[in-house]
Design a protein around this ligand. Structure first.
Ligand SMILES: *Cc1c(COP(=O)(O)O)cnc(C)c1O
Length: 354
């Protein structure tokens, strides 16, 4: 069965966004983050388009990297979670991946591994995110230890911001200071910035940057839109109208009857729902674009349908008309905001089966 809900991927917009990344990144090398199926955009499509244009790709885990290699993506691939065990370390060696080491036991595994080939390794320092990474105090010792291992070819350093999307957070400067203190005594190349840091913390741009969200044409900041940065949405989520009905003033619509009409209203039923990745928590009045105009969501999102108030459209909506849920004409950030979530989650949920 062909689904009516579908995503369209604009690779020209992706190239354009890469040029925006470059304009903010001085001459830093670029690691394009394609984890989680390239934020729902389709990992292979995105990787194929970017592999010759960037310096590296990044995925979360070895399995994702393996999929890329099996599809003949032969550029440098950084594995952000690193290897989880010795078998994965061997895969990193066999597939020529660059794992991130963020725990002492991973360094121990490297030290014990016999291998004919060398491997490039990133050492991740925890400067305040308190998720992955070794303590700042341990970094000098671990750098020395890793560099002394014959299995390690090039060693690079990285850290990750906890609050880069909040320009007022004091922790950003603290993390920057902590990482700078690590870099002071070191000649190694380093990487710190995700999209939000690329756009707002120039001091964080070291030798390598790691953009994800902004490559896909989405702003990481709640108060600024993609257009504010000249970014263009890569994903457009579309479907179409499958029914139109007229409801009388006072009638309610859908599960929970959580929307009632103030007047006689025209309601369009659109073939998309939370089963397709549209957020169930989208509130009444979430924008939906029909025939080029923004109309308000009316009533609760169902598994495969939503209902939209099209009463005010100058040209009446009709069955079969195209509907845009987000993308080129409607910022996914706005939909996320109306759904108490972030654009990252909406993009990832939509593209799962692409
Ligand atoms: C996902 C991720 C990124 C990309 O973050 P964006 O906010 O999407 O730019 C960068 N670095 C690390 C370590 C990540 O996990």
């Amino acid at each position: 069965m062909k689904r009516s809900a579908r995503i369209e991927i604009n690779l020209e917009a992706l190239s354009h966004n890469l040029s925006v990344v470059r304009s903010f990144s001085q001459s830093a090398k670029i690691i394009a983050v394609v984890k989680a199926n390239a934020y729902g955009h389709g990992m292979l499509t995105i990787a194929r388009h970017l592999q010759d244009k960037v310096d590296a790709l990044a995925v979360a885990c070895v399995d994702e990297a393996k999929m890329l290699r099996e599809s003949n993506i032969d550029c440098c691939i950084v594995v952000l979670q690193g290897f989880h065990d010795q078998q994965q370390l061997e895969q990193c060696l066999a597939l020529n991946l660059e794992p991130v080491c963020h725990q002492h036991w991973q360094v121990d595994l490297l030290a014990q591994q016999s291998s004919d080939t060398q491997i490039n390794v990133w050492l991740k320092i925890d400067t305040g995110m308190n998720r992955l990474g070794i303590a700042v105090e341990d970094s000098a010792e671990l750098q020395q230890r890793l560099q002394a291992l014959s299995i390690v070819n090039e060693l690079k350093l990285m850290t990750h911001f906890a609050n880069a999307d909040d320009k007022t957070a004091n922790s950003n400067q603290r993390q920057l200071d902590a990482f700078n203190s690590v870099l002071e005594g070191s000649a190694l190349e380093a990487s710190m910035s995700n999209s939000a840091a690329i756009l707002s913390i120039p001091g964080s741009i070291k030798d390598w940057v790691r953009p994800g969200l902004m490559l896909y044409g989405v702003s990481p900041f709640p108060a600024q839109s993609a257009a504010d940065f000249g970014l263009r949405p890569v994903m457009t989520l579309k479907s179409h109208i499958i029914a139109i009905k007229t409801v009388a003033a006072g009638d309610s619509i859908g599960y929970g009857s959580c929307w009632s009409s103030q007047r006689e209203s025209q309601i369009a039923v659109v073939a998309i729902g939370y089963g397709d990745g549209y957020p169930r928590h989208a509130s009444n009045d979430t924008p939906v674009k029909i025939n080029g105009h923004i109309c308000p969501l009316a009533g609760r999102v169902s598994m495969d349908m939503i209902t939209v108030d099209v009463t005010d459209l100058a040209n009446p909506a009709d069955v079969g008309d195209e509907v845009e849920l987000w993308g080129e004409g409607l910022d996914v950030g706005e939909v996320a905001c109306n759904s108490s979530t972030i654009a990252y989650e909406l993009l990832c949920n939509t593209g799962k089966d692409q």
